[in-house]
Ligand binder design. Structure first.
Ligand code: NAD
Ligand code: UGA
Length: 462
């Protein structure tokens, strides 16, 4: 290893967070050696190749510019731990699927395994940074595992949750609204916080770097996601009322969003939120509240997830209802499977729930997505029924009874909808689950258009 680097930073967990975060740190801190390690050899091999394991706009350029200079990927976790001064832990923390807390609590086995490996391989004390999203007070458990070493090594734990969103990860990391760093109040704890803050000062304004206690930092991450998801469920619940009353949910959200106290963001109605974190983090919050006996608080937050499930279910029910109460044997073109645009990620995508429900109604599906087809095939590998996958939207729509937009990919807005219409069964149905198309123009063209939270525009009485 070159000794020209002033600090060795290691990130354990080369996923959607570890990969982009470390690429940005490497870009802005050329004097630091940044290593990203993972137990998944295939993932590391991909990080070392031209086909990165995740798609994020701008990521590949960053990786290609810095890889081999001060940015490295490895499966040799013991060596990487030994050499590191600072270790970011960015392993997955999914919802527990077994035992006590199953379905709600975080599964912390990957985190604990990492902590034990750090203890085992370390020959010097280190700062260990919680980058993963964790239940509040996890740092206490982490500290107990780390301090229980027989080598007399001192570990400092810092919480530095990540707020990036997929699809805009590089932008979010380059220009964060804030960087949050939590630590203990003693001198060593504050010095560790300062050391982590110093990394970010390479490109983030000092007033955007805020420091709190460990517990506030851990809890803030869960609360931030819960508040964002709550806004989506709130507007989605109103979309159901709009459909009954003839109001237009986009007009409602625009009008309320102009009130600065409410704000315009995260008020887009759709088929519901997806992604690996919103549901998991809210359920984690619910679990914590239940654990502390705060049952009303737990129920309040759980309703955010309930409305989300209801919204996807409601969407399919509306489809079946509009298509004369049956979709059996009808070809349905599904445009978009990723949980949002600009990512290939399909974790917790509402598109899966919609497709599964349509398959249960015995529809035949033709799924098209610019980036998520591999994941879509995986997600539906056990599904019973006819499912076709294609990267060509025109092929997906050929001979279909309905076109369904499930992800707001910009490319779906500029398709030749006349060409699609010419090849659809009639009457032609279009269900816009993301309200991202020009409904009036499509109606004039001849489609029967069913948006979310607005009156349907049909050439027959719906
Ligand atoms: P991910 O599944 O994409 O990546 C996690 C990686 O950790 C995997 O590659 C896995 O192989 C690796 N790993 C697991 N155990 C390991 C071990 N013992 N040693 C080495 N590697 C190990 O997950 P992600 O989406 O990057 O999320 C990571 C954490 O960040 C989660 O807690 C998540 O809640 C949080 N988070 C995610 C996002 C997001 O947009 N995905 C945003 C903010 C925060
Ligand atoms: C979200 C948060 O935005 C990040 O701050 C956070 O770091 C991250 O979770 C995490 O902890 O994992 P992400 O899930 O990547 O990021 O993407 P979002 O842009 O938040 O979208 C989540 C879901 O909500 C998507 O399915 C999206 O389509 C949906 N959404 C979003 C709406 O339905 N309406 C909106 O107005 C906004």
């Amino acid at each position: 290893m070159s000794n020209t680097f002033t600090k060795n930073i290691l990130c354990i967990g080369a996923g959607y967070v570890g990969g982009p975060t470390m690429a940005v740190i490497a870009e802005h801190c050329p004097e630091y050696r940044v290593t990203v390690a993972d137990i998944n050899a295939q993932r590391i091999e991909a990080w070392n190749s031209d086909e990165l394991p995740i798609y994020e706009p701008g990521l590949k350029e960053l990786v290609l510019r810095n890889r081999g200079k001060n940015l490295f990927y490895t499966t040799d976790i013991p060596s990487a731990v030994r050499e590191a001064d600072i270790i970011f832990v960015s392993v997955n923390t999914p919802t527990k699927t077994f035992g006590s807390g199953a379905g709600k609590a975080s599964d912390l086995q990957f985190l604990e395994r990492t902590a034990r490996q750090i203890v085992e391989c370390s020959e010097s004390g280190k700062i260990v940074v919680e980058k993963s999203t964790l239940p509040v007070r996890t740092a206490q458990a982490l500290s107990r595992v780390l301090q229980a070493n027989t080598k007399g090594l001192k570990f400092r734990i810092v919480s530095n949750p990540e707020f990036l969103a997929e699809g805009t990860a590089i932008h979010d990391l380059e220009s964060p609204d804030r960087v949050l760093i939590g630590g203990t109040s003693d001198e060593g704890g504050q010095a560790a916080v300062e050391e982590i803050a110093e990394i970010y000062t390479h490109w983030v304004q000092k007033d955007k770097i805020i420091t709190t206690s460990l517990w506030s930092s851990e809890l803030t991450k869960l609360v931030a996601n819960a508040f964002l998801a709550q806004r989506i469920s709130s507007i989605n619940s109103i979309s159901a009322l709009c459909e009954k009353t003839g109001a237009d949910v986009d007009q409602v959200s625009q009008a309320i969003g102009l009130d600065q106290r409410i704000g315009a963001k995260f008020l887009r109605a759709g088929i519901g939120f997806g992604g690996s974190c919103f549901k998991k983090d809210i359920l984690n919050l619910v679990y914590l509240c239940e654990h502390y006996g705060l049952n009303e608080v737990a129920q309040y937050w759980e309703s955010v997830v309930n409305i989300n499930d209801y919204q996807a279910r409601r969407f399919v029910e509306k489809m079946v209802d509009a298509m004369f109460n049956t979709v059996t044997d009808k070809r349905i073109a599904i445009l978009g499977f990723a949980f949002k645009a600009n990512t290939g990620d399909t974790r917790e995508t509402p598109a899966l729930a919609v497709c599964q429900q349509l398959l249960a109604e015995k529809a035949n599906l033709a799924i098209c997505d610019p980036k998520a087809l591999v994941n879509a095939k995986n997600d539906l590998c056990d599904a019973l029924g006819n499912v076709e996958f294609t990267a060509d939207p025109y092929q997906a729509c050929k001979g279909a009874h309905a076109v369904v937009i499930l992800t707001d990919w910009p490319e779906f807005q500029t398709l030749d909808y006349q060409r699609i219409l010419d090849n659809l069964q009639k009457p032609a149905f279009l269900f816009d689950g993301r309200n991202c198309l020009n409904h009036e123009a499509l109606f004039q063209m001849g489609y029967n258009v069913f948006p979310i939270g607005k009156p349907a525009q049909a050439h027959f009485a719906p």
